[in-house]
Write a protein that binds this ligand. Structure first.
Ligand code: BG6
Length: 481
């Protein structure tokens, strides 16, 4: 999309000296800018409690970009950096927002147009409430003063990072606040997994091909595994205190894993628009429940050795850094099919994937001595790394005897034609879609509530499950099957 299809926009980033901005947002913004996918004119206002001059903030951006982008254009870099300015302020003080409002009016004045306002909450979740309340109290949720020519065209939107609340009740309270202060069209709740190219491809794979959808049910599918495995500590080391209060189940289970499950299991939305897709995702999530009655039989949790020594982590912490759940969907299509959700840090390798195991044929033409062969076909969505899809099937082993071997058909984005190499980063997609007002890849209020409804009761029973300790770099043993 060309940048001129967008209206002039100011992006205000709360938490502009934090991890998310430094690791993801600044790079995503720059890539979009270089590719001409951002509106023009554009301004980026960084906001945080640290004291920084505009120049120091621009310098930080430059250093971050140079460190990561080997083949950047110098002109683009300078042009991008010149769009940024910085404001220091206390997020809890209304005065801060009144000052911000004046700064934004000044930017509008200089540009000679009332610009769209995008507020990105890249802060700790406990700061959402004061930010949202003060944005509203200071009038910042209204983009242009009444009577300005752009009054009807300009928008003001908020991008909120997960975790959205810490449990079902908190999420509902936060959502009530959001609903009071903003309309649903203004709210963009991020689950960056929904914005990953390979996750979006699940819908295309299922609903743009005739091949698999007829088999997509309990008669033909044996089990489903959804995994988000990370080697190393991931971001635990840089945000020990935050992670320790959350744990793996709430950090990635409540959102990323359930989002993947929704896309794999939902019914055909009929059309690819935000409302229909979001509705279909929520509908299936409403039927998700644990596979068995007692928590010990459907859930296991573990912590890597050494976790308690991480900075910010309690020395007697019982927070899980790994979990596995066995769930099912109480619907005609899925009832009885185990769906495993698994995630953890410090595991042997980093990979996110969804694996569908098909049942073996009812009448199998198999060699008499079939041994351990399961004769299942296995379909794998490789979300990352090596993004792609593979299908495992059985083929006759060449020769005079009847023997079977597994073979695979595999598609990899990176090996395919050059256009497909360009897999946009999830945060590029998040920013791009928010600016163009497409909510398809964002969680709806209903979706977030439903996800918490699934996870909160499990979290309440968490302490009943023994916490296993696993060696860093190894897979925990004795997990539920
Ligand atoms: C984040 C979690 O939402 O997702 C992190 O808070 C996790 O703990 C990360 O490491 C994984 O995302 P990605 O895109 O790196 O797979």
């Amino acid at each position: 999309m060309k940048s001129d299809t967008f209206r002039p926009t100011v992006i205000v980033i709360f938490g502009a000296t934090g991890n998310l901005f430094r690791q993801k947002l600044v790079h995503a913004l720059f890539d979009l800018f270089e590719a001409g996918h951002l509106p023009s004119p554009l301004r980026i206002v960084g906001f945080s409690r640290k004291a920084l001059s505009h120049e120091e903030f621009r310098m930080q951006i430059k250093e971050l970009l140079i460190a990561k982008h080997s083949d950047y254009s110098k002109d683009a870099l300078e042009a991008f950096v010149s769009l940024a300015s910085y404001e220091k302020g206390d997020i809890h003080e209304l005065d801060t927002y009144i000052r911000l409002s004046k700064i934004l009016s000044g930017i509008d004045h200089d540009a000679g147009v009332c610009m769209n306002k995008l507020f990105y909450l890249a802060t700790a979740p406990e700061l959402y409430r004061p930010i949202l309340e003060n944005l509203s109290a200071s009038g910042l949720t209204i983009p242009c003063a009444p009577g300005t020519p752009e009054e009807k065209m300009a928008w003001s939107r908020v991008l909120v990072e997960k975790p959205f609340g810490g449990d079902q009740m908190e999420a509902e309270k936060l959502d009530m606040l959001l609903g009071k202060l903003f309309s649903e069209e203004q709210i963009f709740r991020i689950d960056h997994y929904l914005a990953k190219e390979t996750i979006q491809n699940i819908l295309t794979f299922r609903f743009s091909n005739g091949l698999f959808e007829p088999l997509w049910n309990r008669d033909n599918i044996d089990k489903v595994e959804i995994k988000l495995l990370e080697s190393g500590r991931g971001k635990v080391a840089e945000r020990g205190n935050f992670y320790d209060n959350l744990g793996a189940l709430r950090d990635v289970g409540q959102n990323h894993l359930l989002s993947m499950l929704a896309l794999v299991a939902m019914e055909n939305p009929g059309r690819l628009d935000g409302e229909a897709v979001r509705e279909a995702r929520v509908k299936v999530l409403k039927d998700v429940r644990p596979f068995a009655g007692r928590v010990e039989s459907y859930a296991s949790r573990a912590q890597y050795e050494g976790y308690r020594k991480e900075q910010g982590v309690a020395s007697d912490s019982t927070t899980e850094t790994y979990f596995k759940l066995k769930m099912e969907i109480n619907s005609k299509r899925w009832k009885g099919v185990p769906i495993y959700l698994e995630a953890g840090k410090e595991l042997p390798e980093s990979k996110s994937e969804i694996i569908i195991y098909f049942k073996e044929p009812k009448v199998c033409i198999c060699p008499p001595n079939r041994g351990e062969h399961s004769h299942e076909n296995v379909l794998t969505f490789r979300i990352q790394p090596n993004e792609g899809i593979s299908i495992l099937f059985w083929a006759k082993r060449p020769g005079f005897e009847f023997g079977l071997d597994t073979q695979s058909l595999s598609f990899s984005y990176r090996d395919s034609d050059s256009e497909n190499h360009l897999i946009p980063d999830a945060y590029e997609r998040v920013l791009f879609d928010c600016i163009r007002g497409d909510q398809t890849l964002f969680s709806s209020t209903d979706e977030v509530k439903t996800e918490w409804k699934i996870i909160t009761p499990i979290g309440k029973e968490w302490q009943k499950i023994p916490l296993l300790i696993y060696k860093a770099g190894e897979h925990p043993r004795q997990m539920i099957m």
